[in-house]
Ligand binder design. Structure first.
Ligand SMILES: [Zn+2]
Length: 440
């Protein structure tokens, strides 16, 4: 069995380790029991194994055997205590880990693993979506967003804007660097998703100058200044949802026009999709921006043959819509939901505990933990896409969560020399015929 050497666990962990080594330690020396390197490697291991109690298990292993799996798989020298880990990560600048996302995406591209993600004209679909990953009435820090209530109470929260490469043909989403939505150092000003997007888009473009992108986002983004930002790079495009409440002028305009039409059936003929599109429509009464508008309906028959019709969505785009592209454009537009379904939902409800904070801290802890969880999720997505051994291990478990419970148990209870040995063991116990691996 072959594995891709540059996308192997060891290679990906080395990329992360190289980045961590460049983080400058601003802590006072006297208080440093553990290096930033050991802390950041251990923190990624906790998120990767989805195990908040991982450090305690590894310390027990080390007491018994003078070794543990943090040492063998994550190159940790001295296993930190959880409290020291939190104090240290609180001090790390929020943008410190952003380059790792760039490295992983570039490697996937160089190794031809993104071919199935290419859209019309070899562009990539990048979905943007915000998420609130922390909310509390009691716990807070200086960076928390605040919402005052009439009864005098206050809700504290943290949000992030997440960009991810998606494809309607692939289940895996590939996260890009997240942008913190928070009160910045020393300011009282609240931040918001749109401002975060104005900061994030130039960063992503700078990181991937030769990746033409089609940006997918909600109605909130379908405004003149934002579309101008997207169009400031000539080979980028957008598909933004438009809602009647936000875009009354546009809705009124298309209601008075004849549409170009196309239809196709899906789900073995059980569902028909109707595509209506309108060209060169003003975004709103005062805007010079013209967009093409696509409205999609679905008609399904129930088992008694009774048909119901629903609206699938309405989108504004600067892509040319015609008979040959309309189905692809609608599928791309709908793929935006994958960030919510395949990314945030999984992070919240399938083991990663993204909203059960590992701790809050006073500065950057909350966002750094979010970023680390997103990196761990990215590593898992890369394994799913590229790692034959991991894919084989996955087939032995009913759900991904069961697989990770199995691996977590092995990681916390047994000693392994490497990740390959651990996954190989997980496969071997289920398939005694398994012969092992040859790196390519
Ligand atoms: Zn906070």
């Amino acid at each position: 069995m072959h594995i891709k050497k540059h996308l192997s666990f060891d290679a990906l962990i080395k990329d992360y380790a190289d980045r961590v080594l460049s983080i400058i330690d601003h802590r006072r020396e006297a208080s440093n029991d553990y290096t930033i390197f050991d802390v950041m490697m251990s923190a990624l291991a906790c998120m990767y194994m989805q195990s908040p109690s991982l450090l305690a298990f590894q310390s027990q292993l080390e007491k018994r055997t003078q070794r543990n799996n943090l040492i063998s798989m994550f190159n940790v020298h001295k296993t930190p205590k959880a409290s020291a880990m939190k104090d240290c990560i609180d001090e790390v600048k929020p943008e410190a880990l952003a380059p790792v996302f760039k490295t992983y995406l570039s490697k996937l591209q160089r190794n031809h693993m993104l071919k199935d993600y290419q859209f019309i004209n070899n562009k990539y679909l990048v979905a943007l979506d915000g998420t609130e990953y922390f909310s509390s009435k009691k716990i807070s820090c200086d960076c928390c967003l605040t919402q005052q209530h009439k009864n005098g109470s206050c809700t504290y929260s943290h949000q992030a804007l997440q960009a991810a490469i998606v494809s309607p043909n692939k289940k895996q989403v590939i996260p890009m660097m997240p942008e913190d939505i928070s009160k910045k150092d020393g300011t009282k000003k609240q931040d918001c998703e749109i401002n975060a997007a104005k900061r994030l888009i130039p960063k992503i473009r700078k990181a991937h100058p030769r990746m033409p992108m089609v940006w997918l986002a909600d109605s909130l983004y379908a405004t003149t200044p934002f579309i101008e930002l997207i169009q400031s790079k000539t080979d980028d495009n957008f598909i933004f949802r438009v809602k009647e409440g936000d875009h009354k002028f546009l809705y009124d305009t298309i209601d008075g026009l004849d549409a170009k039409k196309h239809e196709n059936t899906i789900n073995n003929g059980k569902e028909t999709l109707y595509y209506h599109w309108y060209e060169n429509i003003s975004l709103n009464a005062s805007s010079l921006i013209k967009v093409n508008v696509l409205r999609v309906y679905s008609t399904k028959a129930d088992r008694y043959g009774k048909k119901t019709s629903t609206i699938v969505g309405v989108w504004a785009t600067d892509l040319i819509i015609d008979e040959s592209s309309v189905v692809e454009i609608a599928r791309a537009a709908r793929a935006r939901w994958m960030v919510e379904n395949e990314c945030f939902n999984i992070l919240k409800n399938h083991g990663y505990s993204i909203d059960h904070s590992y701790g809050h801290g006073q500065k950057n802890l909350s966002f750094n933990f979010y970023t680390l969880i997103m990196l761990a999720f990215t590593l898992h997505q890369i394994h799913e896409l590229t790692d034959k051994l991991f894919q084989q291990a996955r087939t032995f478990y009913r759900t991904k969560r069961e697989l990770w419970h199995g691996l977590q148990f092995l990681f916390n209870m047994m000693l392994f020399d490497s990740w390959l040995q651990m996954i190989g063991y997980a496969v071997k116990v289920r398939d005694p015929e398994f012969e092992g691996l040859r790196p390519t």
